[in-house]
Design a protein around this ligand. Sequence first.
Ligand code: GDP
Length: 482
Amino acid sequence: IVNDSKDSEKPRDKLLEDLLTSDFDEDSCLSRYQSSLYRKPFPYKPAEYLISKLRSYEKLHKRCGPGTEAYKQATKNLGHDDENYANKHVGECKYIVWVAVYGLGNRILTLASVFLYALLTERVVLVDQSKDISDLFCEPFPGTSWLLPNDFPLMKQIDGYDKGYPRCYGTMLKNQTINSTSIPLHLYLHILHDSRDEDKMFFCQKDQTMIDKVPWLIVKANVYFVPSLWFNPTFQTELIDERPEYNTVFYHLARYLFHPTNQVWGMVTRSYDAYLSRADETLGIQVRVFSRRAGYLQHVMNQIVACTQREKLLPELTTLESQVTNTSRSKKLKAVLVTSLYPEYSNNLKNMYWERPTSTGEIIEVYQPSGERFQQTDKKLHDQKALAEMYLLSLTDNIVTSARSTFGYVAHSLGGLKPWLLYQPARGKTPNPPCVRAVSMEPCFLTPPTHGCEARRIVNSAKVLPFVRHCEDLRHDGLKLF
Ligand code: GDP
């Protein structure tokens, strides 16, 4: 299905270089084994180390997952007032519960982060199914389920967990109510944009010594905290295997973990076949407007045009008179996939390339699958469209995404693409330059720690490790692997 005929001659690598297990029934989740048909070959293989970690994780999840004796043991005393682990038998399994908060891009980034943390600490990931997660993704682990059972003892309380919750790790650290002699059965980790320094200490080596003993961790997160795991020397030695490609972390984890359900996959493939598959080249443009006055903004439209033309992603327009001489030139078809809550950006682009000829003679086809107008997270079809669009963007050859948008981060990282990032406009003006080419395909950790693990002093966390730097779209802030 990929255009390049050379690719179609190769045997189909449906297990993605052994990243995936073959233990699943293909029809129940078509995307799992079909996605390789839609992607171009990726230059970096998943590390052997990651593959072996995944296979042992699958065994662990099967042994500890919902419905097992181990799960029953582990939940028995959970939620009782005097939850002290010292004198209770909790069994051999440890868990981390991921709670669905914020938009879909946030959710995908945090679930991948939680999963990596679980791989490193040999915990079982269970996901909050009170939202529409099972309408979006297939089960990733064979012979078991990743859905947190609805009768989980803390189910009713989880919604209310916040920084004020007495078992919030950061709060306990702040109030010095935690010590290694009284280990609770559960802890809440608050890894959100408003986390305090104490909340951000959880990944540090010293803190992990204690946290590692707690059988249940409940996490609410809306940031991609993977880069911070490298600051813990124990994790670092595990993460850096013989052939480190730091900037492919999300790519491989996401391709392992996130398989759209058949309903979403149908939306992806129908759009792909109708609008992208025949083009000589494809470009994705994701437009996210964060300003208070959201909607169609002329300076954002100008920014999209300025960026794509300056970076030669789209051709310039020429005068009507010169089109006659252009007819002999190649008629390359370039398909542009635009995603946005607002339909106006793609309509304008479409009109631009209809009303006047391109200087290169290329044919530009513009397509936007949906224009939902406003965010409606947790509405099934809305979220399914959002996922389908992130996935479609990830299948394009080049991609332009909006600064600070986790929707955009997922799209380019999932595609293994280094995006052109549209700077966030300030004071209603088109930024100059309008965009910047990212140095890596990894998502950005938007609110990283401003302290080191040992001395709690301010350090520039972008200067500590040679493969971690500030994010291009935030100029002097954020952290990303490269
Ligand atoms: P972020 O806010 O840009 O970091 O991304 P999120 O995905 O976390 O939250 C934005 C939400 O708004 C998405 O999950 C969608 O529900 C909706 N949304 C934003 N942009 C688009 C878009 O281009 N297409 C669709 N279908 N939905 C969008």
